[in-house]
Design a protein around this ligand. Structure first.
Ligand code: XLS
Ligand code: NI
Ligand code: NI
Length: 437
């Protein structure tokens, strides 16, 4: 097969001074930051759906991306060829992982059996290519939202057979993920939500979703799949309200249905902003609950209210992500997964390289800055100081459960008023952060 990107060599690290746009300026895979290579800190992953299936179509016009390896047929043969192209791209880029939905890699057939055969035929190629290149699967997932059978949802559909079909689909996707040595498996709640409460039995739908996830956990155990399960919060789109609205809603759901020990969160920047939060907030919520698993790295646009899935280039944003990640101990099985797509106007194959190089460099800088902040320790010191009233005396007694309202009233009646507050020093802290950038 002729090369799909003949003009591109393996992307190399050339340092911050290089003017070569097809080189890394900050991401140097083997360089150690705090005793661990950048490769292992960041675990970069390329997504199949945007990068190899995205066409640039939008509600106002069809796709216009130039992809010479596409023959326009959606055949299994084209899917196999595309898989080889994907690996040529990733080998040249140098990302250690990728992620896909079952339907990204292989076309649906006339029925479930044929669909599964199509998938197997492409998985064979993926397996060969993984072996050839050493690139691994960060996580697999099933597309439970594109086919019309899922118009009302999958696990939360009012149609029990849609639920059953989804179960069969996830069963197969888990087997395939296991076969490819996947480090994880993600549930993003496609159409698991509602457009209208008048026609929705929310309690029943949530119970069904929990049952579905328990079935997945059970089946993983049955086949010996030891990858990490994730759920990926998103507040809206395609439905008006997605059940997995944000990190806090997901934690509550997982706890309520006894799933918290089996799933962690895969947090996406643009989903966080759609929820009215920041990714730093979402990572903090997950980190403090012990369920910070993986991130879908992208960014939205302040002026557009949907999931624009742009490549992240903002160093302040990547610093926030990496700071929070390092604070909670880094990834185990997760990674920085670029759930991002090139703009419709960036229609040439080479734009896929520019996009990923920029995202990887932005995260590499975020990593170095976050590491420097933690090594310096000034911010932690300020934080410790802010809460120092809890380290001894009355604060310590309250934290260790020695007080109730009556005893605290007694203390305050004696003192008359609380000790004066200290300044929060927000502006000073923001200035401090800028000194590391
Ligand atoms: C959609 C989600 C999706 C998941 C994988 O908004 O981000 O791409 O990451 O199903
Ligand atoms: Ni995502
Ligand atoms: Ni998204």
């Amino acid at each position: 097969m002729p090369a799909a990107f003949p003009e591109v060599e393996r992307i190399r690290y050339e340092g911050p001074q290089s003017k070569n746009p097809l080189a890394f300026h900050h991401y140097n895979a083997d360089e150690k930051v705090g005793g661990k290579t950048m490769r292992d800190h960041l675990q970069f992953s390329v997504v199949y759906w945007h990068t190899f299936r995205g066409t640039g179509a939008d509600p106002f016009g069809p796709g216009c991306a130039v992809r010479p390896w596409e023959d326009g047929t959606d055949s299994v043969e084209n899917a196999q060829k595309r898989a080889r192209v994907a690996f040529e791209f990733m080998e040249k880029l140098g990302n250690p992982f990728y992620a896909f939905h079952d339907r990204d890699v292989a076309p649906e057939g006339a029925n479930l059996a044929e669909t599964n055969r199509n998938l197997d035929a492409v998985v064979k190629v993926l397996k060969e290519e993984q072996k050839r290149t050493g690139i691994g699967l960060l996580w697999g997932t099933a597309n439970l939202f594109s086919n019309r059978r899922y118009m009302h949802g999958a696990a939360t559909s009012p149609n029990a057979e849609a639920f059953a079909f989804a179960a069969a689909q996830v069963k197969k996707a888990l087997e395939v993920t296991k076969e490819l040595g996947g480090q994880g498996y993600t549930f993003w709640g496609g159409r698991e939500g509602y457009q209208n409460l008048w026609n929705t039995n929310m309690k029943r739908e949530l119970e069904h979703l929990a049952r579905f996830l328990h079935m997945a956990v059970d089946y993983a155990k049955e086949i010996g799949f030891t990858g990490q399960f994730y759920i990926e919060p998103k507040p809206k789109e395609p439905t008006k309200h997605q059940y997995d609205a944000d990190a806090a809603a997901c934690c509550n759901f997982l706890r309520e249905y006894d799933l918290i020990d089996h799933l962690k969160l895969n947090l996406e920047t643009n989903h966080a902003t759609l929820a009215g939060h920041t990714i730093q907030h979402e990572m903090e919520v997950a980190g403090s609950a012990g369920v910070l698993g993986s991130i879908d790295a992208n960014t939205g646009d302040m002026l557009l209210g949907w999931d624009t899935d742009q490549f992240p280039t903002d160093i302040y944003l990547t610093t926030q992500c990496m700071y929070t990640l390092l604070k909670y101990g880094g990834f185990t099985k997760g990674g920085v997964n670029f759930d991002a797509k090139v703009r419709r106007e960036s229609f040439e194959p080479i734009d896929l390289f520019h996009a990923h190089i920029g995202g990887m460099d932005a995260f590499a800088r975020g990593l170095k800055i976050a590491h420097a902040m933690l090594a310096d320790g000034k911010l932690e010191e300020l934080l410790r100081d802010r809460y120092s009233s809890w380290d001894n005396g009355l604060g310590k007694e309250i934290e260790s459960g020695k007080h109730g309202f009556a005893s605290l009233e007694k203390v305050m009646l004696e003192k008359g008023d609380a000790a004066p507050n200290k300044s929060g020093r927000q502006e000073m802290i923001e200035n401090l952060i800028n000194t590391y950038l």
